[in-house]
Design a protein around this ligand. Sequence first.
Ligand code: NAD
Ligand code: DAU
Length: 352
Amino acid sequence: MMKKTLLITGGAGFIGSHVVRLFVNKYPDYHIVNLDKLTYAGNLANLKDVEDKPNYEFVKADIVDSEAMLNLFQQRQFDAVIHLAAESHVDRSISNPTEFVFANVIGTVNLLNAARAAWKDHSEGKLFYHISTDEVYGSLGEEGLFTETTGYDPHSPYSASKASSDHFVRAYHDTFGLPALVSNCSNNYGSFQFPEKLIPLFINNIRNNKALPVYGKGENIRDWLWVEDHARAIDVIFHQGKVGETYNIGGHNEWTNIDLIKLMCAIMDRKLGREAGTSEKLISYVKDRAGHDLRYAIDSTKLQKELGWVPSLQFEEGLEKTIDWYLENEAWLHGVTSGDYQKYYEEQYQKR
Ligand code: NAD
Ligand code: DAU
């Protein structure tokens, strides 16, 4: 294995922490630098098990700070970047769109500029790998899947900011020859996800006998993938993906929100020793999300055929594992839901 210094941005967040863990453990010869601003969504407790490893280093920094990014890339010889740092929650992008332009668009462009300046005359073998989302493709009707050639049609400020960042990454590849590639993934679930997103939010609410705020009629469809399968896909694409290409990552695992929520209620009734049907009574239909995309579903044939990746876990098994993790990690949940979380929760849900 060649020695490499690898910058992972957003490594203290949900998906980033799984990617950092996988790379630190699997590639002891890689020096992994995790750069994160530690926003409300970034938490070093997500990486307790790797923080003392000799090939791991944490740098607290803001990708919106262009000078800091240029300096860091001049000081350190990064061989590659896996860029995950972003504002990631659609509801927050509806309350505060500008924040998403700074972090997701300007932040990405700052990293591209820093990589370009550092790699200028010797970009052979370097890689800027940008992690993106299926939401850039917009919303599907009842039929069809998103492929790598589906046109972009973002609807939320979050997806518009991610779409913009994807375009910049491809533009830097096409215009400046920056060795870059992009992957677009469907909804992730698993351990260490901040409980503002559907699955951990509802696990926490069921546990605390709190109302389950279902947006609209609960008929929207998402394609769920276990976060560790996403991290494995990132590993495969990082090592075998072709520069300039795009890879879609998804679970072929579509659920309407309401069916998923009912399944979660049933599993949790069993695990908490509640009578069957108890948790479902917490379901409360609330005002729909503005611009709510109806359906996302990914066609990951290219990744499966060309690079041999397949998801490892069936959804029901992954959901059980995930629920077990949140029930067993009360201290983590308590840590992230104390403080500012309560204020966010009231502002987000009281008005519905
Ligand atoms: P997250 O919100 O859990 O984590 C984001 C991380 O980025 C946090 O650690 C945060 O502190 C950091 N960050 C935010 N702004 C920063 C800044 N200005 N400078 C430095 N660090 C900053 O997000 P996630 O769900 O883990 O998503 C990670 C990436 O994957 C994002 O780019 C997201 O768009 C993409 N993605 C997410 C999903 C999903 O289902 N969660 C699916 C597909 C793609
Ligand atoms: O598709 C990939 C995307 O998945 C990622 O790019 C985003 O970063 C990630 O947040 C996720 O976006 P969604 O908007 O699909 O995820 P969220 O968990 O916020 O919502 C999932 C579905 O559940 C969606 O249809 C809205 C609904 N929902 C969500 C919340 C938080 C509710 O009905 N009630 C809720 O309280």
